[in-house]
Design a protein around this ligand. Sequence first.
Ligand SMILES: [Cu+2]
Length: 452
Amino acid sequence: MFRLKWVYHSVATLAVVVGAIVFAPFLAAAQNMKGMPGMAMPSDPAMNPLGVSMDRMGSGTTWIPDALAIPSVQFSAADWHLALHGFAFGQYDMQSGPRGGNQAGRAMLMATRAVAGGRFQARAMLSLDAATLRDGGYPLLLQTGETWKGKPLIDRQHPHDFWMELGLQYERELTRNVGFSVYVAPSGEPALGPVAFMHRPSAMDNPEAGIGHHWQDATHVSFGVVTAGIFSRRWKLEGSVFNGQEPDENRWNFDFHPLQSYSGRVTFNPDSSWSMSAGYGFIKEPEASDAGHSMHRTSIALQHSRRLRMAGQWATTLIWGANAHADEEGLSQSILAESEAILDERNTVFGRAEYVQKPAEDLGITGTALTAADHGRFGVSRLSLGYIREIGTFGAATIGLGAVGSVNFVPSALERTYGSSTPTGATLFVRLRARIVPQHDMHDMHNMERPK
Ligand SMILES: [Cu+2]
């Protein structure tokens, strides 16, 4: 039987809260002629150590290909260069079956300036998930990870903490070819895994998290991170010590614990279209409900980006991520392929395909169905496709109406639990973010900025 379980939410609350935090800066930008999206970067060489521009920054200390940047509104104030990334989603979520929302926005402010011959950046990324999500998160079939009311979340995506990122980064040239970087964050992302999904140009307009989140990029909110790295124009080698314990259910505070987890990652950007990274981490007792159980995580990611004609762009990411628990046999693996194409100023299409080997325990499976599990795990897949139509602009922002449909594939042993071997889901949403400026306009702006 196909039964829709609607989760209602106060759209008014969402509009007011998200509006206050995300709209206000866009409105300010609209008043300010300097606040244009995608404005030229500052020309001080210290601001681009070894030619690595700010546009290459993903989440935490990750890199994305140079060809595309996350859309932003940029200002300058005194010696600071300010960039604001804002994404607001209002969503209505339906998932099928007996197990069958809404989401808020996030805003990121990056303030950068030259300090002592290098680039200093303060970053704050705030998430309003906690204010607008109910019952431990938004419905997402097959999603697992973190807890709600002391119980593991199943078929739900957990809300992100308000302080998604609060960190400082300093990068400076050491020689003509090598530079060093230091990142310190009370809340931030260690050098582990790919760029977090919300910062990937291949997923930025997709309101849904991947079901392999806790196999790939879930450490992006870690309360206590110190990362040091060396880099050249094309590669970066980093190591982190961090607190690997997942955030608790109180999404408004900082959950500090000793920095007993560690990770290392190598990233390579061979040219402007590609970025690849591989990393490994030891995560000390990630789940509070599972004390004494630590984990090893390995991941490889490949990103490709290119500009299309006019304001179009196309980004694709492939990720392999695996977890190994000391007390479990073998690896549990995950694979993700996702792509987003902004075809022109009006139309965006995106999609994601995933396969994850999930422990039966994570999915809450007990009883006879367990005998069908391979090493206690079930291989599950999810395919989703989405489309966004931009319906208007607001200052430097664009507003789009979108929909995502998904089909999940579960083994026959889980058919009774999910009501089908192919349970489905759909999400309707409104999305607001900074507009992308067509390339020819960017060139005009660069020409205006640069002294002849
Ligand atoms: Cu997350």
